[in-house]
Design a protein around this ligand. Structure first.
Ligand SMILES: [Zn+2]
Length: 299
């Protein structure tokens, strides 16, 4: 249907542009960044939740699998609480280092005189480079994979499981992004815009919507690429590490796009992590036990 195809191509760019422009204007007018972020998150979520019902990628992925309650806990802990705690801790540790670096180079490192759009692009690309390598290491290094595995444990993708993260897995990915921007001396306004970018892309990235991203797949790491990162098959899953942007995946040769009309089988091969928050917190520390329980369960 032509209308559905138009919506599939236009939804993300329209919402993204609206969120970015509205947030930049709101900051200029001195509105509370917190309330602006709440409004952007709410509006994006409303679009995503409605689109999941009207044009799902997989109808079955709209059916709960005993995962909604757990994902809500992860959302509150790993999206609404820990980022503020981690950010305060990183500021305490890294801002003195950033001041010292500025002293060494004899001035500000961050190009504050650039137009805002250029600063936001620089922040997104720099933060993404650090996140890319940390995320890639989390897939290629066994002890880091144990911290990241909870994020890959769901058997379906929908908007809420974007926030499913072990607190320590979140720490390494959030730390990569935040450290880069803090050490470079990025101002609060740029951090805010990076936050808006993360919220909008994050909500679309795991969404069960049959989007067509076209050329945007070469810039943003959205669901058309990211769903393959959740494939059970490790040789496929070890692609598309981008958090907000896909540019480093294309540059470093890890971008992967499945054929149109095909779909990944989502989850972790050989490991089933129960839908229990306490168990999920302990999984990295009782890894062999979790693997044994999975094989016994299958046997
Ligand atoms: Zn991953």
């Amino acid at each position: 249907m032509l209308l559905r195809r138009i919506v599939a191509y236009c939804m993300f760019p329209f919402v993204f542009a609206g969120a970015i422009i509205a947030s930049a204007v709101a900051w200029e007018r001195g509105l509370s960044p917190f309330y602006v972020m709440v409004a952007v998150s709410g509006a994006t979520l409303a679009v995503v939740a409605l689109a999941e019902r009207l044009m799902p990628f997989h109808k079955e992925w709209n059916h709960a699998q005993g995962d909604v309650g757990i994902d809500m806990i992860h959302g509150v802990v790993s999206n609404l609480t820990l980022p503020f705690v981690y950010r305060a801790a990183f500021a305490l540790l890294l801002l003195p280092v950033a001041r010292a670096l500025e002293h060494v180079v004899g001035g500000a490192i961050w190009p504050t005189a650039w137009p805002l759009a250029a600063q936001v692009i620089l922040a997104a690309v720099a933060a993404e480079l650090c996140q890319y390598w940390v995320h890639r290491a989390a897939h290629e290094t066994q002890w880091l994979w144990r911290l990241h595995a909870v994020h890959h444990s769901p058997k379906r993708l929908y908007w809420l499981n974007a926030g499913r993260d072990h607190p320590l897995g979140l720490l390494i990915l959030f730390g990569a992004e935040t450290s880069a921007l803090m050490l470079l001396g990025a101002p609060d306004r740029v951090f805010f815009m990076q936050g808006v970018l993360t919220v909008v892309v994050g909500l679309f990235q795991h969404a069960n919507i049959d989007l067509k991203l076209g050329i945007f797949n070469y810039i943003f790491s959205l669901n058309e690429l990211h769903r393959w990162h959740h494939d059970e098959n490790v040789t496929i899953a070890n692609h598309n590490y981008g958090s907000n942007l896909s540019v480093w995946d294309w540059i470093f040769g890890t971008a992967y796009r499945g054929r149109e009309g095909t779909s990944p089988t989502v989850g972790i091969s050989g490991l089933s992590i129960p839908e229990n928050y306490g168990v999920q917190l302990l999984v990295p520390f009782r890894w062999e036990q979790a693997q044994k329980e999975t094989s016994l369960h299958k046997g």
